[in-house]
Design a protein around this ligand. Sequence first.
Ligand SMILES: [Zn+2]
Length: 259
Amino acid sequence: MFERTLVGIDRVRRGQLIRMNDQGVAPGDDGVISYDVRWPDGAVALGYWNGEPIAVAMDDQPEAAAWMSAREWLGQLPVVQTEVLSTALQVMTWRRDHRYCGRCGSAMRRKQTEFAMVCPSCRLTSFPRISPCIITLVTHGRDLLLARSPRFAPGRFSTLAGFIEAGESVEAAVRREVMEEVGVSIGRVRYFKSQSWPFPHSLMMGFYAEAASRDITIDGVEIEAADWFSPEYLPGLPPSFSIAHSLIDNFLKGVAPSG
Ligand SMILES: [Zn+2]
């Protein structure tokens, strides 16, 4: 279990450790976690994993072969450990990207008791950035509206997703994204669940949206193809650990068999 507290951890220099660099994440004793190691300089405490302190550190000398990308690890680790890895990835991104004050340019200083960087000159505080996104499965009766971005692997389709804009409510973002990407107006919107997606700091909020009509108009840029699919004839789907997959899977469980 992962406990998100930094209480009592500021002077700890030994414990569990996740090692990573820009290329990937090192294998440990259990998934990405190594037990009982001395924390190197620059290690950042994350909290407690199964009651023991855990930190993340950059490692510039990977022992090549067994290192895997964070995406590969997230596809293999149990859900509880993906939470720790997501936190580690986002904390390291924050440390790299918030070294200087965005208001006055002074070097920021870490506050040890929480994930906060404070500017010694103007007191601006910066926290790890989280970018809220909506991800939605649009449905019509038994059918699913799935679309593909030009970035996807060949044959793969997925749910629709996009960033929430400043000043916008989550529900309005669902309606806007669906209209922008496939030109479909929607009726009822229902919340499903959320998932941290640390590439680099998205928080995906999953919804079901019931389409008010079936006509699809794609923009041809963000979306290169979109169509209605029946549960019996689905295209290639996103990886099983993604919330897109959960949205689809959970919907299919509730669909009555055809005929
Ligand atoms: Zn400042």
